[in-house]
Ligand binder design. Sequence first.
Ligand code: NAD
Ligand code: ZN
Length: 356
Amino acid sequence: MEIIQKERGSISNANVGWIELVKQLKINSFSKIFILTDSNTKIDCLPYFLSKVNFKQQPELLEMHSGEQNKNISTCIELWTTLSEKGADRNSLLINLGGGVVTDLGGFIASTFRRGIEFINIPTTLLAMVDASVGGKNGIDLGNLKNQIGIIRNPLLVLIDIEFLKTLPQAELTSGYAEMLKHGLIYSEEYWNELKQFSAANMNEVNQLIWASVKIKNEVVTEDPLEKGRRKTLNYGHTLGHAIESYCLSSEEKKTLLHGEAIAIGMILATYISTILCNFPKQKLEAVTSTFLKHFQKEFFTKKDIESIIDLLKYDKKNSHGEINFVLLENFGKHRVNCHVENQLIYEAFNYYDNY
Ligand code: NAD
Ligand code: ZN
């Protein structure tokens, strides 16, 4: 029974969540209720959701095509238009039922429709539970540039129910696990060690670990909502991870990587770099690398691949004044932000990864 109570953006787990949703939030007091799903969550998650909530009025269903390629302004225009046609007013509620694409885009359309209506996030992927749905960042992509347009605004409630994970493909589950491992790295060695017990076969354990990760993410974003300092640590492994993700997406020879798969590589590289620049203990680097490689398949990068990946770093959202900024670690839970890393050291890190 857990709930993180906040003025906006309370986060609750399933036990109290469903009761909270109906009673405390007076869900039935909204003028109209809309539920946004994507094409998959409509089939896999909506029936369970509808079985948990007793709506006094029939909610209206909104649907978007699944996938990052649809997290764009065209989808928003379609959904704003449908909201308007279906009579949504300032007192309407939007419930986002889906992964990070649905919660990011749904949060954005709710925050902009009629200058902002209320919304609730019900994340259905592991990544959305431990990361995307917490922290108030909502947004869409602009062409190939991720999350360029958006707004920071918390939902009324984030409701986490691991029941949804039962239909999630294994690769998506592992991708979300990468973000949890990141929480271990940036928060504490103790949590990192606990995370080794993560296994889809033991959902009770998983529930507790997810909740621990949610608390870490919540603590970080509450302390630094506008990413001036500590929130930057959530980008651990993401500087190179994003570049690897974009490179694999655009290259014909490379397999497209899920976000978690790309940042898992990014975290190995960042941890190697941390041993050189911040004295992160070498024996712990070995433990970090072997843990990631137990769950994530190794990819191979040629010199030309690495050159292109380094080239992509200039588009990283964390750059300021033309400098590429890395988050590095002195140890588990001891970070340094805004670190400068020479290209030569990035090659060396790839070399370490390739030869591991
Ligand atoms: P996603 O939303 O695309 O979901 C992955 C796939 O799983 C989709 O095909 C989806 O339809 C399907 N799916 C979702 N739930 C399911 C379920 N329970 N059963 C079966 N299939 C299901 O991807 P994601 O990994 O959840 O989220 C990625 C997005 O999150 C990216 O756009 C990223 O930018 C964003 N993100 C945002 C933040 C933030 O702070 N706002 C943080 C991290 C990531
Ligand atoms: Zn991430």
